[in-house]
Write a protein that binds this ligand. Structure first.
Ligand SMILES: C[S@@+](CC[C@H](N)C(=O)[O-])C[C@H]1O[C@@H](n2cnc3c(N)ncnc32)[C@H](O)[C@@H]1O
Ligand code: SF4
Length: 415
């Protein structure tokens, strides 16, 4: 359901009141609320990346960073009426390359946040970092600024593959960054991709030898996808076919299990006690306020769920945020779309979720999920448990097929 032009022009306090009016959804309680902060610059745009990241080859001048921090402050301030009084369960500073910001600038950002929003005690605060030498020297500073979890974009541990991916660091620098992170942070994540250009199973296996020796507390393992609007879409590299990619995933599963990492989500593997709170909140259909260029938000009210997106281009975002208009688009999630949106996220979790969470998070009766559940059970893609929504091992392997069964009837299956 579109909110229409009326609300797109509304002042935040007026919008908040409008969103509180009666409606057909009945949320008994509001979900946990997380904060996402987008910092949109990178030294160099990677040829596979379609994130909202913009090249800034000379790094980030202090006045550029300060202007952006001021826009974030204005953005947050304007958003407060929508989340009034709600504590923040986790903060994720993502990008782009947030480690282009100095520890002092990140400290400023976090104190701006703390001055406006109550953070829960022990709140997980993650920052994404590139593993270059220059970033690595800043890790201790980020810890002192209040960041308590680092996510390092290693991508590969093979120099040839790193070159093919257009990365600005080599494997040795990545290893040094991991050592530095281990010294400064009690928990951290490594992002790695597989099914890389011309990658063989033996090459992946060698990377996994290095990875298991490093034994990071958390790893995110992504299948490289060739995204439209990237350089790889125009000049596609030769990548492993579906059979080889599937063998690679089997190898990852075998090696990570042997190492004691739990694959708790499609792409996320954690040692005990090191799951990511922030991402788990997304998968459990929790709320998040996203500030910064192009950031997305999902915010619940007693009778509706709101989605927002902010201006994508950094310059435009800054100008609009300073005049209290950072949001470029917003809409109320249609009742008919909620079962699919909930199931799409929840079934990414290996253990799924209790079915009671569906009513709690969407305000809909459980019957709204029945058609999808019955179709999925008939195909053996769900675990047959009347109290949980959980993909079966087969459903987990064919997640897109499983998710499509929850689409509203009028939607085409390949949406
Ligand atoms: C916003 S980027 C993160 C961090 C940081 N800028 C970096 O690249 O090191 C988030 C992660 O998404 C993954 N990613 C980005 N593009 C991808 C693609 N086309 N296919 C698969 N994974 C991708 C990468 O592992 C990347 O670390
Ligand atoms: S993968 Fe990371 S470093 Fe590369 S362009 Fe995307 S956000 Fe920037």
């Amino acid at each position: 359901m579109g909110l229409g032009d009326t609300v797109n022009g509304m002042a935040p306090a007026e919008l908040a009141r409008h969103l509180m009016r009666p409606g057909t959804l009945q949320l008994a309680a509001l979900p946990p609320l997380a904060l996402y902060v987008h910092l949109p610059w990178c030294l160099k745009k990677c040829p596979y990346c379609d994130f909202n990241s913009h090249e800034s080859a000379a790094g980030l001048a202090d006045d550029q960073a300060q202007a952006y921090l001021a826009a974030l402050r204005a953005d947050l301030e304007a958003a407060l009426p929508l989340v009034w009084g709600r504590p923040i369960v986790s903060v994720f500073i993502g990008g782009g390359t947030p480690s282009l910001f100095t520890p002092e600038q990140i400290e400023q950002l976090l104190s701006d946040v703390r001055a406006r929003l109550p953070l829960e005690p022990g709140c997980e605060i993650t920052l994404e970092a590139n593993p270059g030498t220059f970033e690595r020297d800043r890790f201790k500073g980020y810890r002192a600024a209040g960041v308590n979890r680092l996510s390092i974009g290693v991508q590969s541990l093979n120099d040839d593959k790193l070159r093919r991916l257009g990365r600005v660091h080599d494997a040795e620098q990545a290893l040094a960054a991991v050592a530095e992170a281990r010294g400064a942070f009690e928990t951290f994540n490594i992002d790695l991709m597989y099914a890389l250009p011309e990658q063989t199973l033996a090459e992946l296996s060698a990377e996994l030898d290095t990875l298991t020796a490093l034994a990071p507390p958390h790893v995110s393992l992504y299948h490289l996808t060739l995204e439209p609007n990237t350089r790889f879409a125009v000049e596609p590299p030769s990548v492993p076919d579906a059979d080889l990619a599937s063998d690679m995933l089997d190898l990852l599963a075998e090696r990570t299990t042997a190492q004691g990492w739990d694959r708790y989500e499609v792409s996320a593997y954690a040692q005990p006690g090191h799951r990511c709170t922030h991402n788990t909140n997304y998968w459990e259909f929790g709320d998040y306020l996203g500030i910064g260029a192009g950031a997305h938000s999902k915010i619940s009210f007693p009778h509706r769920v709101l989605r927002q997106v902010r201006w994508r281009e950094p310059r435009r975002y800054q100008d609009e945020a300073l005049r209290g208009a950072a949001v470029s688009n917003q809409h109320e999630v249609a009742r008919a779309d909620l079962p699919f949106e909930f199931a799409m996220n929840a079934m990414r979790l290996a253990d799924g979720v209790p079915l009671t969470l569906f009513t709690e998070r969407t305000g809909l009766p459980l019957s709204a999920l029945s058609a999808g559940r019955e179709a999925a059970l008939a195909k053996g893609l769900l675990v047959n448990d009347p109290a949980r929504l959980q993909a079966s091992p087969r459903g987990f392997d064919f997640l897109n097929d499983l998710q499509a069964l929850f689409l509203p009837p009028h939607q085409p299956a390949n949406r």
